[in-house]
Design a protein around this ligand. Structure first.
Ligand code: ASP
Length: 290
């Protein structure tokens, strides 16, 4: 059986920046994820673990590396989707929770709703026993290294996986764009915009969220495959062209049910790593698509 895993650390890569720490981190993670998949772990668990590790590292603009909004608050977004049954969970503008992706998973496992925002999302995370942050200013200390001076900076994290039983899953987590307004919610927690998984494909997006929302990017990719007979690579490139028409740049990672992968971007670069039953691990930032 085929397996595949792709992770990303955001399409907000700035030329001239040294991303060696992120590349080394992704190299280690992709090897861990490969081991998990080869050991028979479910795609959903691998995606949760990968995104939680990316969030906890402080190396990306998600989880610990998130930047404050214009009011100084750290409002984070995340979502997760299981392709087997299209169950999904998401949190928007959540504060005080160490791993928004696990909060999104808690919403999914609870099953009553798909998307919780603000204090309600935090309550769900707390009832699930997830780690809280009591001193946000000292916890979120890494964002200064990610380009806060640049109003357009951003850098979501995400993962998509195909497991040995044929299950697909996708997850995405972000601190959002730098200098965002209080209450701003991007594409990341919106199922069908920033994240999608069904029995054909799993997708996680990164980039200017408003353009990904307006083009319903993640679901559009799946629809182009399902109804248009496109390959995952064709669908991914077409979707990025639509995102561009909506005035945004960025990238996405996608894997289909046969383990074929795509990870295109139309920004300057995208931190990303991949491995599959057909491919040795690769880690890329600025180098062109494989
Ligand atoms: N898409 C994210 C957002 O708009 C940002 C990113 O991917 O870097 O919140």
């Amino acid at each position: 059986m085929a397996y595949a895993l792709i992770i990303h650390g955001g399409a907000g890569a700035r030329p001239g920046t040294d991303y060696t720490p992120q590349s080394l981190h992704m190299e280690r993670l992709i090897a861990e994820g490969q081991k998990m998949l080869l050991g028979g772990r479910d795609a959903l668990d691998v995606v949760s673990d990968m995104v939680a590790e990316l969030e906890g590292s402080g190396l990306y603009v998600a989880g610990k590396g998130s930047a404050p909004n214009l009011a100084g608050a750290f409002e984070l977004d995340a979502s997760i989707m299981d392709g087997k049954d299209q169950r999904a969970g998401a949190v928007a503008a959540i504060e005080g929770v160490k791993h928004p992706i696990l909060a999104a998973r808690a919403v999914m496992e609870d099953g009553r709703h798909v998307l919780l925002a603000g204090p309600g999302a935090r309550d769900m995370a707390c009832s699930a026993g997830l780690a809280e942050i009591t001193d946000p200013l000292s916890y979120y200390s890494e964002h200064v290294t990610h380009g806060s001076a640049d109003a357009t900076s951003h850098g979501t994290v995400g993962a998509v996986a195909l497991d040995l039983s044929g299950g697909l899953a996708a997850g995405t987590s972000t601190g959002g764009t730098f200098n965002k307004l209080p209450g701003r919610v991007g594409d990341t927690p919106l199922i069908g915009a920033g994240t999608w998984a069904d029995d054909h494909v799993a997708v996680s997006c990164t980039g200017v969220g408003e353009a990904f929302i307006r083009s319903a990017a993640a679901h559009d990719l799946a629809a182009r495959m399902r109804y248009g007979g496109r390959s995952v690579t064709e669908a991914a490139n077409e979707v990025l062209a639509e995102v561009h028409k909506c005035g945004g740049d960025g990238g996405l990672i996608a894997v289909d049910a046969q383990g074929r992968i795509a990870m295109p971007y139309n920004s300057d670069g995208m931190k990303r790593a991949a491995v599959s039953s057909q491919m040795q691990p690769v880690v890329r930032v600025f180098e062109p698509e494989l």
